[in-house]
Design a protein around this ligand. Structure first.
Ligand code: COA
Length: 201
């Protein structure tokens, strides 16, 4: 009986040029992973393209090597950049922190030196094999910032892979049930101190 050998995915850094060249593929992963309606990618493309110009941007990909001359296939994507006070996300999180009881000093000290994980997605066909974890480790490896922050939709009982992953890697609550301007869904903002220590399991 013939046995089909699918090569194992590898996790690699993406240069800005590689990210731009694979933007459509990356947006396809995002739409499939988040189960968003087709067409969402067209709205996100300009934003993702602008994000690569931000200081401290880093992109990481999980790819399945192609066999016999085929191109490799993207199955996971993570990117983010250094946070800064003029950024919309920074301003939203600062006001959310203040509204949820953080003092001005404490909020500013968390937001003083952080990297934002902006996107992390693994194609549904490749989920459940710790690829998301490998992407997140690589993204956070050797960052110069002292804190990593991210936002993720609230889910009953924190019962999805994103929440389990973030908790496993030590992310803690910064704000819960927060609504960003223009989006009625509740989000959590989570954070952890850097560096991430210990090898990925
Ligand atoms: C969140 C996401 C990136 C995580 O990636 P992933 O590769 O699926 O998940 P992980 O790297 O955490 O791997 C998890 C799986 O590894 C396995 N695993 C976890 N710990 C393990 C261990 N100690 N030993 C063996 N296997 C283990 C489990 O099968 C686990 O699945 P489970 O959480 O359902 O039990 C991905 O599921 C995804 O794209 N989800 C949809 C989009 C999304 O929510 N993005 C984040 C938005 S903020």
């Amino acid at each position: 009986m013939a046995v089909e050998n699918t090569p194992a995915p590898v996790v690699v850094d993406l240069s800005v040029a590689e990210f731009r060249a694979r933007l459509d593929e990356a947006l396809g992963i995002y739409v499939a992973a988040m189960d968003y309606p087709r067409g969402t990618e067209h709205h996100r493309a300009p934003m993702w393209s602008e994000h690569v110009t931000r200081p401290g941007w880093r992109g990481v990909a999980a790819t399945v090597p192609g066999t016999t001359g085929e191109a490799d296939r993207l199955v996971g994507i993570a990117y983010g950049y250094r946070g800064a006070p003029h950024q919309w996300w920074h301003q939203q999180v600062y006001s959310g922190m203040r509204r949820s009881g953080w003092s001005d000093n404490d909020a500013r000290s968390v937001l003083d030196n952080y990297v934002e994980l902006t996107e992390l997605h693994v194609h549904p066909s490749a989920q459940g094999h710790r690829l998301g974890e490998a992407l997140l480790w690589r993204f956070l490896d050797d960052r110069p910032e002292s804190t990593a922050l991210l936002s993720t939709p609230e889910i009953d009982g924190e019962d999805n892979r994103a929440w389990r992953l973030y908790r496993r890697l030590g992310f803690r609550d910064i704000i819960r049930n927060f609504t960003f301007t223009g989006d009625s869904r509740p989000f959590a903002v989570l954070g952890r101190a850097l560096p991430l220590t210990g090898p990925p399991a």
